[in-house]
Each structure stands twice: as C-alpha cells, then as structure tokens.
Design a protein around this ligand. Sequence first.
Ligand code: F6P
Length: 464
Amino acid sequence: MASTNGAAQVLVASNRGPVSYTVGEDGSLDAKRGGGGLVSGLSAIGSDADALWVCSALSDGDREAVRRGVGEGGVRMLDIPADVHADAYNGVANSVLWFVHHMLYQTPLEPVFDAEFRRQWTSYERYNRAFAEALAEEAAQGATVVVQDYHLTLVPGMLRELRPDLRIGHFSHTPWAPPEYFRMLPDDVAGQVLRGMLGADRLGFLTRRWADAFVECAERFAGGVGGTRIGVHGLGADADFLRQRSHEKDVEERMAALREEIGEGRRTIVRVDRTELSKNIVRGLLAYRQLLDDHPEWRERVVHVAFAYPSRQDLAVYREYTAEVQRVSEEINAEYGTPGWTPVVLNLKDDFARSLAAYRLADVALVNPIRDGMNLVAKEVPVVSDAGCALVLSREAGAHEELGEDAITVNPYDVTGTAAALHEALSMGPEERAERAKRLAAAATALPPAQWFLDQLDALRAER
Ligand code: F6P
C-alpha cells in the first residue's frame, strides 16, 4: 500500500491516519478522508514533496485495503496483528498513558501494573517497533520524520538506532504530567517512554506548561533532555476553512433544524466534545442545572446544546461515561422541561456540519475540560459564531494560555463557579461579547494548521 520504497522526504507517523476504508456490498473499497489539524497541516506540504503518512490499519476495510495493496497515495497503513494493536492502543496508550498525561487516575483503585499490564507493554513495544521499521524502510537519506503522540513514544529512539541519518521529531497532543504524577508509572516503563522520546532531535508540545512538565520529568527520571530540543507550537484553528465550510448548504439546513429545537428568541449555550473522560461534560451539565436553580430567570429563555460524540467505545469506562452524560441530560429535562422548552438538547451522533451549525448559533461556548492538551473547540467557536459568542473556558485547557484574557475562566471541578460563569456569559452585553469574540478569534487563528506543521519541519531541519 503506497510504499515509497525509500524515497519519502517528509514522513508523519500516527496511530490514526488521514483516511479510512469501508468495504461496500459489492466488495468495492470506499475511502473516507478524516478531518482535524494534522490532516490539513500535512496537506500544506503538497503532493510533490515525497511525503508519506504511516498509520495503523484500524478497520476491516483498512486491513482489506492493505491486503489488496490498494489505497490512497501518500499513506501507508500498517496491518499490525489485532491483539497486539488492542493491547498497545486500548491497554497501554488509552488506559494508562492517556490517564497519566491527563492526571485522571482515580487512585487508590487505579492503576494496577500487574502481569497483564506487562504483557500489554510488550505489545506496545512491538507496535512501536512496527512503526519504526516501516519508517526506516520508507525514509530517504536525511529525511524528516514527525512522530505523533503517546501511542508512539518509543519510535524516535528505535528509529534513531535504525537510521541515524534522519531528522526525527515527536509531537505530543496531550498534556504532560508533572514528575509527582508521572512517577506513578513503573520506573522502567517511565524510563523507556522518556528515553524513547529523547531519541528525537526535537520534541514539540502544545503549550509551555506541558513542555516544562516534560523537561522536569526528563531531569528527574532520565538524567535530563541531553541534546534533544524542546519546542512549543500552539496549534490554531483554520479560519479560512471554517468560515467557508460553515456557510455551506448542509450547515445552513442543520441551523434551521436546530433553531426549531431551540425555540424562538432563546439563548444558546453550546458545547461540542468527544466523550473523553477529560472533557468534564457531566460537571458542565450539573453547572447548567445549578444555573437554572440559582437564576430561575433563565428558565425557558436558554437551551444547552450539548454534542457529545462517543469515542473509544471499546473501553468500558468510556461507555459508562457516555451513558452518564445521557442520564444526567435526561434528568435535567425531566426536572425542568416544560411542554414548549427542552432545557438540554443532547446529540451523540458525530456530525461535523451539525457542530458547525451549533457554533454559528452559539451565544455562549462552554469548554470546561479537567485537562486538555489544547482544545480546538475553544478556538473554533469564536471564529464561526455569527453574533460573536462568549467563551467559558477551563483554566486547565491548553488553549487557556492563549485565550485566557478574553474568556471567562473556570476551575473545572467548581460546578458552582461554572454556573456563575455561565450566568456572567449570558448576561454580557452584545458589544462586549462581539469585541471579545473578535480578539478571541484573532488569538485562536494565530498559528493555522499548515503553518503549525511547517514551523515544526523548519525547526527540525534548522537544528541538526
Ligand atoms: O484526546 C486527544 C487525543 O488523545 C489526541 O492526543 C489524539 O490525537 C487523539 O485524541 C486520538 O484519538 P483516537 O483514540 O480516537 O484515535
């Protein structure tokens, strides 16, 4: 599948790639291109740049595409054995490293590093090695490789051994935990993760806070960062794309449908998230309920549009979280709803056009994660909202470093404080709201995805 036979000059490696396949009833393969910052960032290097994206085959369709040796140019999918991938992705990456980076373990019940974890860790090593070997095979002499995220922390070190000629970068899209939390990992595992990443020439993080935490961990547990450079690149929203896409016909249609659901003349509090445990959707709902209690004047006059798209449903804790979001929404509707007013409009079905429609209608955006690497929703809503929305933003989102001044800041655990912030946002005068939204949009689009990616390539090339 789309091998370059050692000719790629720029390579990206990530677990999830830019395209996925489904097998049609007639056996044909249908390709669907995904969205997101990395996809638009990579498109900036163009097709003549000998670029290759190495990723996992995740679906039956993907595996079929690999077997048939067909697929889009510029993408090579690795058909890693399903059990190895499940151990590495669900077991180590999403059940351990993701929780450590977001500082989300509910001790003392978790984590448990037992024989089962050790078995999964061996799979994680195998999975990382499969990526390192594929990259070593595809990269031209002196090529530049950018490895993405906590799934692939061992790749830089492994690749360095196989191909010392390459320029290797690694970028973390999550927060990074400070040493007191990171040390929860078994010493040898922590050491492997840090040394694996430090095999790169350059490590990128979304904010200064996460970069500093990494450096502290490296100093405490790996003898320092050595010759590895550390950079901060705050991925921004893609203003041109968002403004154009959010005025297309399907978005307008969904706006009309949403307006019907919301009802004439009502304010709209919007949130759009994947149902990741870090997103804090339940406390957001509880804050909305408290708003209705503390300020009954808002009853019938406001609707909370909450889009919570199921994610990582192979993990029980994610399934339970999605169910909890549903349960609390239903409770609020049962308790406060009236024949003409549904207080919470919850939507669990992923629909990008509908998200953009909600962004356009937003009077207030609620972004209250417990911890988040960046949070692009916080950056996208002010760009798209028609009237300029107020932003209620957790101080624990990476985006807060750039947007804090014009947002209304909340402590994500403080439900009462979040209810008060929602009231403040709803009460803000239209002029102040529009002015703040303008400044928020400017800060949010300072580093669009294409530039974000090119900056990393430039820095990587300059540093060796
Ligand atoms: O929570 C954000 C994040 O963990 C990113 O760091 C990562 O790129 C993405 O989610 C991976 O999501 P998925 O598990 O759906 O591929």
